[in-house]
Design a protein around this ligand. Structure first.
Ligand code: MN
Length: 318
């Protein structure tokens, strides 16, 4: 997915963990074409969770017969994208020639490295339903100029635990560690609670973590959790214990990773370190250089917004 947010200023993200209290990050909501998007990262209150630097929840759109997702070809640098769906489908195409259908339970993982372009759209003949998340992972400085790649994983392993099922998207929980091209210690998982009173997932104390409920019906200690909200847990926790309301089957994302320890500069669809890199990437995209061509997408590619050179505002997105 492209960053379609109506913001033109760069966002500086210093990869330092915060205290181990719970920070609540409420979503910024926007209607982007025919779909509602809730932005949870980056926000003023929280820029990074481990290497996770971007999180949009989109949908749910019920069976609509329309094309709720239609993100025209656009470029990325310095990051990986994760598309993870709870319902519906989305067709990915990129400038490497990859074509892959994202469906619930499958992982689309795109490594931009020094540059790639892609599109994501509701496929022709689909029901028009979609509900999912788009995540970006900041690449560490040493790897951020690697060659681009795309990986589709049809299945992710899960573990059934008292109170629910945990699907490992990336990283490791217990001894479950599915294949996945990653470049710094990371965790991404979907928790599907299916009965009260609780579901417990062990955590790596060295990681910072966040819980993002997708449905109502979860609690963290005495705190009732709201859907589409990011609860940042900091580092130093051995486990997360989520209370489950009787009769509900709420889902949540669990994100984590070693604190990145680097300051990244984000603008539009680029994760960089300097303004010069962002300007160069933008110019290359506009001039048709570097990123290649996305073949098969029925329409024009996305133009980059103007880059407005100015100091990074203290409060760019809230
Ligand atoms: Mn994208």
């Amino acid at each position: 997915m492209s960053n379609l947010w109506p913001a033109d200023s760069a966002v500086l993200c210093d990869g330092q963990p915060s205290a181990d209290t719970v920070e609540v990050v409420s979503p910024l909501v926007a209607d982007v074409g025919s779909i509602t998007v809730r932005r949870l990262l980056p926000r003023r209150a929280r820029r990074l969770v481990g290497p996770w630097c971007f999180l949009d929840v989109f949908g749910p759109v019920k069976q609509s017969g329309r094309k709720p997702m239609d993100v025209r070809p656009h470029p990325h640098i310095g990051l990986q994208t994760v598309t993870w769906l709870f319902a519906g489908d989305a067709l990915h195409r990129d400038s490497l020639g990859s074509e892959a259908l994202a469906v619930p339970g499958a992982l689309n993982l795109m490594t931009a490295g020094r540059g790639i372009a892609h599109s994501e759209e509701t496929p022709a003949g689909a029901t028009g339903a979609v509900h999912g998340v788009q995540l970006w992972i900041a690449l560490p400085d040493a790897q951020r100029s690697i060659a681009p790649a795309f990986d589709h994983y049809a299945e992710r392993p899960h573990v059934d635990v008292p109170g629910g099922r945990v699907t490992v998207i990336l990283g490791r929980i217990w001894e479950v560690s599915p294949p996945g091209r990653t470049f710094s210690p990371i965790l991404g998982a979907e928790i599907a609670a299916d009965r009260a009173p609780r579901v417990v997932v062990p955590l790596d104390r060295a990681f910072e973590h966040a819980v993002v409920p997708i449905d109502a019906g979860l609690a963290l200690d005495d705190l009732r959790l709201a859907p589409d909200t990011l609860y940042y847990l900091g580092t130093g926790r051995d486990e997360v214990c989520l209370g489950v309301e009787p009769g509900r089957r709420p889902r949540a994302l669990l994100l984590g990773g070693a604190p990145l320890g680097e300051t990244v500069l984000m603008w539009w669809n680029f994760v960089a370190r300097t303004t010069e890199e962002i300007v160069a990437a933008r110019e290359d995209w506009q001039a048709g250089r570097r990123f290649g061509e996305v073949r098969g997408y029925p329409g024009a590619r996305l133009d980059a917004p103007a880059y407005v050179a100015r100091p990074v505002p203290a409060n760019p997105m809230s």
